[in-house]
Design a protein around this ligand. Structure first.
Ligand code: SF4
Length: 106
């Protein structure tokens, strides 16, 4: 899939809709934990710990070279292997991971 501003906006829109419809657990006061790939939210967005595990047939929106570390949704401090993600509140994602909510940094 060609990386265009339109595709980036489309990915962000899809991710926002999915994120809004999933039953997020409250996280107030809880320390962030690593996102389990079997978590329903992770499964819904096709999250993988290692981008090499992306099923490109199942996720044709995958853009070669994309991963959590170069995603607009990634938060936290550079240098940490696991960091917060805007799509998975209260959870930490692997910087080498990926999900279909990937949105290129602008
Ligand atoms: S940082 Fe981006 S690619 Fe990684 S889990 Fe979050 S939305 Fe998906």
């Amino acid at each position: 899939m060609k990386l265009t501003r339109r595709n980036a906006f489309k990915n962000l829109s899809i991710a926002a809709v999915i994120s809004a419809t999933l039953p997020w657990r409250p996280t107030r006061g809880a320390a962030a934990q690593q996102l389990d790939v079997k978590d329903p939210a992770a499964v819904a967005l096709g999250y993988v710990l290692n981008v090499a595990a992306v099923d490109v047939k199942k996720y044709p929106e995958y853009v070669p070279g994309s991963n959590c570390e170069n995603c607009l949704q990634l938060q936290g401090s550079a240098g940490n292997r696991y960091r917060p993600c805007g799509l998975f509140p209260g959870k930490l994602v692997a910087i080498g991971g990926w999900c279909k909510g990937w949105t290129p940094e602008m």
